[in-house]
Design a protein around this ligand. Structure first.
Ligand SMILES: Nc1ncnc2c1ncn2[C@@H]1O[C@H](COP(=O)(O)OP(=O)(O)O)[C@@H](O)[C@H]1O
Ligand SMILES: Cc1ncc(C[n+]2csc(CCOP(=O)(O)OP(=O)(O)O)c2C)c(N)n1
Ligand SMILES: [Mg+2]
Length: 274
């Protein structure tokens, strides 16, 4: 078992809430994601403003994954002392821009000096109908939004020393807020794709004690592509037409690729955790 899984399993003793994209307390959802130089990005890849915007967007993704509307954000940030005033201003501008774009008010946080640029955001969001990772039944269909695979390619370009394109989804993830809000009543479960479909399916398999029978293999280039921030959803076959209609309505590509079945699931991807 990898170190991350082991650690999360241990802290899960503290609360039954742990295990989903966010914790649902009443109609409020709490979620947190870290965005760390060296782990999630390199400084050379993006401008400080782009880094701040992406950090915010990937956090909003967890709220969307819970079918929650983001309301408030708390930001903890560690800024290297090598940053110029202009770079610090640009970082701040990225958070202010994202806060307005996602309608999520930045109400506080903490600022410290650190060796690397580190960002941790907590999002407080509201939902009337939480979309959880659990609830999948045998026979349910599995689908993902958008086209997946680009994030992995972009990451490979960047690791090879190239610069990111400002309009790329890797720099500016497009979230499926409207589609999820409309489709949630017909979905059995959902999560956002941060580690790649195959790895995220492993989480659904463990949590729902199910395997998947694939209509067609996705291939590793699509299935092992992380940081897509597209949605992975499950719904009963009788809801298929309705969910597909809502996807078309919101111009959201939707690929139905598997059904939940009594098979053993095996994740073919290499882990990037520890
Ligand atoms: N350090 C931690 N302390 C408490 N809960 C944690 C910690 N790290 C992760 N979790 C919880 O474990 C679950 C799985 O986390 P993770 O796989 O990172 O989710 P995601 O991929 O959406 O970020 C989530 O419910 C998350 O809140
Ligand atoms: C410098 C650098 N190396 C490697 C990667 C690849 N990478 C790091 S994290 C990640 C997946 C998502 O990160 P994680 O921390 O698991 O997000 P979470 O599931 O908690 O939302 C990927 C593909 C990267 N983005 N940047
Ligand atoms: Mg998530």
């Amino acid at each position: 078992m990898d170190l991350e899984k082991r650690f999360i399993a241990s802290v899960s003793a503290a609360s039954k809430q742990i295990g989903d994209d966010g914790a649902v307390i009443g109609s409020t959802v709490y979620s947190n994601d870290a965005f760390i130089e060296g782990t999630h990005f390199k400084r050379a890849w993006m401008t400080p403003r782009q880094i701040a915007y992406k950090a915010f967007a990937v956090n909003i993704s967890d709220a969307v994954a819970m079918n929650a509307v983001p309301r408030y954000a708390l930001l903890a940030i560690g800024i290297p002392s090598s940053f110029t005033a202009g770079e610090a201003d640009a970082l701040a501008a990225g958070f202010v821009e994202a806060s307005a774009a996602f309608g999520c008010e930045l109400i506080g946080g903490d600022t410290v000096k650190s060796e690397r640029l580190i960002i941790s955001l907590t999002i407080v969001s509201e939902t009337r109908r939480p979309l959880r990772r659990s609830g999948i039944k045998r026979g349910d269909l599995l689908a993902f939004t958008g086209s997946v695979g680009k994030a992995k390619r972009e990451l490979q370009y960047l690791l090879a020393g190239r610069r990111a394109h400002a309009q790329s989804h890797y720099v500016r993830p497009r979230l499926r807020r409207e589609f999820i809000a409309d489709a949630a009543p017909y979905l059995r479960a959902g999560m956002d794709i941060s580690d790649g479909i195959y790895t995220d399916l492993q989480r659904l398999a463990d949590l729902n004690r199910t395997g998947f029978s694939f209509f067609r293999p996705l291939g590793k280039s699509a299935g092992c592509s992380g940081e897509e921030y597209e949605m992975l959803v499950a719904f009963p076959p009788r809801m298929r037409k309705r969910v597909e209609y809502l996807a078309r309505k919101h111009r959201t590509p939707l690929t139905v690729f598997a059904r939940a079945a009594r098979t053993r699931y095996k994740n073919p991807c290499k882990s990037h955790h520890f």
